[in-house]
Ligand binder design. Structure first.
Ligand code: S6P
Ligand code: ZN
Length: 196
């Protein structure tokens, strides 16, 4: 435990996701997410015409990354699609399997969670909902609405982040804009549909 860390409070703006007095700690654009979206042609044509949209941003409360502490930060995922696939986070495992808690602040989304043993679960994330991610479950958040999806996540300071496995094989399901609303599709089928 860092003896120099005193109790503190932050101002949480549920409308913008800002965490005052902290600034943005992360900005991920489409070009930062190579291979994440199924429709590579859609990615290429957006980038080729000079559109490299911001997909999501985060504000971090600056808690020390030392055992015993609890990191918390907000994420704001803009509304939009790449092809028919909704804007989403890269998704990750934690290096040290440990739990995480998500709290919906604004907008409408879906969390995809996958265990190392192949288990799959999806939960809606919206204001007044908290989603518990158990130890060992990879997680990705998808904005299925028309407004920014804003949420707070809290996790152990020594959890670490492992993006490699998700970059290699992705999640088993993807979330697409369907005729009547968001559709959860098997990743292989979603890929077949956009390329076929
Ligand atoms: C951290 C937590 C979130 C994500 C953030 C961005 O453990 O799950 O704060 O970091 O939503 O997603 P990603 O997958 O790019 O880290
Ligand atoms: Zn996490």
């Amino acid at each position: 435990m860092n003896p120099e860390t005193r109790p503190f409070r932050v101002a949480l703006d549920f409308g913008t996701g800002s965490l005052t007095p902290f600034g943005e700690s992360l900005v991920r654009r489409l070009s930062d997410m190579a291979g994440s979206y199924a429709d590579q042609a859609a990615v290429d044509s957006l980038l080729a015409c000079g559109a490299d949209p911001v997909i999501y941003r985060a504000y971090d409360a600056g808690v020390p990354h030392q055992p015993g502490h609890l990191i918390f930060r907000t994420t704001i995922i803009d509304a939009g699609t790449v092809g028919s696939e909704f804007f989403m986070t890269k998704g990750h495992h934690h290096d040290r399997d440990s739990a995480e808690l998500y709290l919906g602040m604004s907008g409408q989304g879906l969390m995809l969670m996958e265990s190392r043993e192949g288990g799959f679960s999806s939960e809606e994330l919206a204001p007044h909902a908290a989603v518990y991610v158990p130890p060992g479950w990879a997680h990705r958040t998808v904005n299925t609405g028309t407004e920014p999806l804003i949420f707070l996540a809290a996790y152990f300071a020594d959890a670490g982040h492992d993006y490699a496995a998700i970059e290699r094989s992705g999640f088993s399901r993807r979330v697409h804009r369907g005729e009547t609303g968001p559709e959860l599709r098997p990743a292989a089928a979603a890929l077949g549909e956009v390329t076929g």
